[in-house]
Design a protein around this ligand. Sequence first.
Ligand code: GLU
Length: 293
Amino acid sequence: MPPLPSDKPVYRFAPSPNGRLHLGHALSAFENHDRAGAAGGRFLLRMEDIDTARCTPAFEAAIYEDLAWLGLRWEEPVRRQSEHFPLYEAALTRLREMDLVYPAFLTRGDVKARVTAAEQAGSVWPRDPDGSPLYPEDDRNRSDSERRALMAGGARFAVRLDMAKALDKIGRPLAWTETGDGRTGRIEADPSTWGDVILSRSDAPSSYHLSVTLDDAAQGITHVVRGQDLFEATSVHRLLQSLLDLPQPVYHHHRLVLGADGRKLSKSDNSTGLATLRDQGLAAGDIRRLVGL
Ligand code: GLU
């Protein structure tokens, strides 16, 4: 059940416990925490742990430790996505009943081989805003009997959104309200650039796009504050909100903390990790300054 609408703004920081937090996470956590505080709102924490193979209780515990060290306090209990798989499955069923999803049998390797062959033959394979190749059309138009036969033969499959059908179903332009560090105002969503996005994997019953959208609604999030690298993904989230009758939060995509090489920070680079900086004797105030607050 979604929470009752409240007049308090609700913010969330939503890390994945698949590695240690770095300075980029610290900026995001501060941005959410400080904005919630300034607005007299709530600050929630959510563990985005649908990838149960890579997310561990030890990383989760380390996140609590790092955030507490930064001086942040959040509401309990913390929501864990791995405890809400039935919510995501129910949404998938709804989309299936609307005939907007299909089983996708090509493996990552199959797609890669297809793209390489096309590119070697001189054609340009379309890519999504993150640079990943769009999913080929093969599975979209298979007959039900063909799908059943593949499944009966034990073929593993993901579930993908049929983007063209979904856009047709909505039948009107979508937009979101943006207050972040880049473009602001009403931003026109362009979900088609993502192609047939994945909604569940053969090894995980949800995807980032599906679970983030459903959880923001389930937690009554009014303000999504996150890094600029997720700006374009908001188009997909708006589309899912519209298909599933979910409320629209306001979005604020903040600048990214970049490394010395000018690139986005990575969890595998320990030098910008909060634990490393703490061990070097830095304090929360130093971290605020390092991220430009
Ligand atoms: N879990 C995502 C990440 O760690 C953030 C999702 C979001 O804020 O929407 O990058």
